[in-house]
Design a protein. Sequence first.
Length: 374
Amino acid sequence: MKRAAGVLMASWMALGAVQAEAEAVFLSKQYTRCTNCHFSPTGGGLLTPYGRSLSREELSTTGKSARGATGGREQEFLWGALKDSLPKGLSLGFDARPAHLDVTFPGGSATKDFFMTADLIAAYRNHDWTVYAEVGREPRSDGAKIASYEYWVAHKSDKGFGVRVGRFTPAYGVRLADHTAFNRAPLGFDAYDQIYGVELSHGNDKHLLQVAAGPGRADSILDDDGTRGFTASGRFQYDLSSRSVLVASGILRDASDVAPRSGVTGLAYGFAPNRRWTIWTQADVEFESGADGDPAYTVFNETAFEVYRGLWLKVSPQLRTFQGDTSRGTFRTVFELNLLPRTHWNIDVSYYRDKDRESDLVSKTWLAQLHLYL
C-alpha cells in the first residue's frame, strides 16, 4: 500500500506542477478571449499590464481602487518596485504555489506538503511581436530541478492573423487552472504536454481559429523516449454573445515507437447568465488506431458561482470511460472554494471524489493551495 500511495502522490504532484493558468469563470465578466488578459494566445501564464490592472479592479475582494483614486501599484510586478528600471515593453511575473495534499484510497492514505511551482516568467512585446519565456522549479519524484515549460516567439497582424513558433501547449477546448480535470490531463494536455511546433491563427470580434502542428511532444523529443509522434491540432471558437461561447476542437497524434496513432475531438459550450454564474460543459471522443470496441468518452462540467466579490464556489461532475468498454471508467465529483482576497493572492481548497465504475471503489483527495502571482 505504501508503494501505491507513493505512486498516487507522485501523480498528483506532477499534475499540479503548472504555471499560472486561465480561469474560465471570467466569462461571467464578459471576457470571452484569454488574450484579453494573457500574453499567450491560448491563455494562462503571464498577465499583460491590462490583465494585471483588471485582476485588481474586477477580481480581488479588497484590492479595488477607491473611486477617483490614482496611483498605487499593487497589481504590478513586485508592487511596482522595478517599473522605472525595466525596459519599455518588458513584463515580468513570479508564480509560486505552496500546497498541501491529502489522499485517501482503499487500504491506505497519504499526506504531502510541497511546492507545486515557483516560476519566473517574462514577455517582451514590441508592436506586433511578442517573445515569451518561463523558467522555474519542476517538482519530480527523483528531486526538483530547474526547467522551462514554455518559450516561443509570436507575431500578430492588425488584420487578426497570427503565427507562433516554439514550445507551447496546443489550443484545445476549455483551458482550466486545474490540469487534473478529465478534459485536460487525460486527453494529453498536462503540465508536460507542450509541443515543439508552429501555430497559425486568425481572429476577429466573433471568432478565433487556432491551428498547430509539430514533430511531437517537447519532452519526448528532448528525452528521446520513443513516444515522439507528429502532432496536429485545431480549435475554433465562436462567440455567440459577450457571455456565450461555442468551441470545437480536434487533435491528432501520429504513431510513435510505443503507441499507436490516436486522436481526440470535442465540443465545449460556455454560458454565463449574469455576472455571478458561469457554466462550462465539454464532451470529447478519443480514438485509437487498431482498438476494438467503442472509443473512450470524456464529459466535463464546471458550474461556478461568485458568492461575494472574489469568492467563488465551484462544482464539477466529470466522467471518463475506457477505450473499448464504455461501461468502465471513473466518475469524479469536485467541490472547490476559490478566494482572491487581494490582487494576485489566490487561496484554493478542492475536494475530489473518484469512483471506479466497475469496482465501486472510491478515492478521496483534499488539495489546498496558496497561489502567489507577483
